[in-house]
Ligand binder design. Structure first.
Ligand SMILES: [Zn+2]
Length: 74
């Protein structure tokens, strides 16, 4: 009777950028902490640019609305 080797080499597909847990080849998120795979120091967050512009757009919209209110009331 043979016992499966506990130290079977696992394909090194990377580790979570947040918690360091090993990631599977098909994992889209870390199983331990939920961090999205592909975001890390070497891979800029693909959502950050859109989020930045959305934030700027929202602030500009609020500024314009307040400006119009002020102009109308004066
Ligand atoms: Zn993780």
């Amino acid at each position: 009777m043979s016992v499966p080797d506990a130290n079977i080499p696992v394909p090194d597909v990377g580790a979570c950028a947040l918690c360091g847990s090993p990631l599977g080849a098909d994992d889209e998120r870390c199983r331990m902490c939920g961090m999205v795979v592909g975001i890390g120091p070497g891979n800029p967050n693909p959502f950050s640019r859109g989020a930045l512009w959305a934030t700027i757009g929202g602030l500009v919209a609020i500024y314009v609305v307040v400006l119009v209110i002020v102009v109308v009331l004066n």
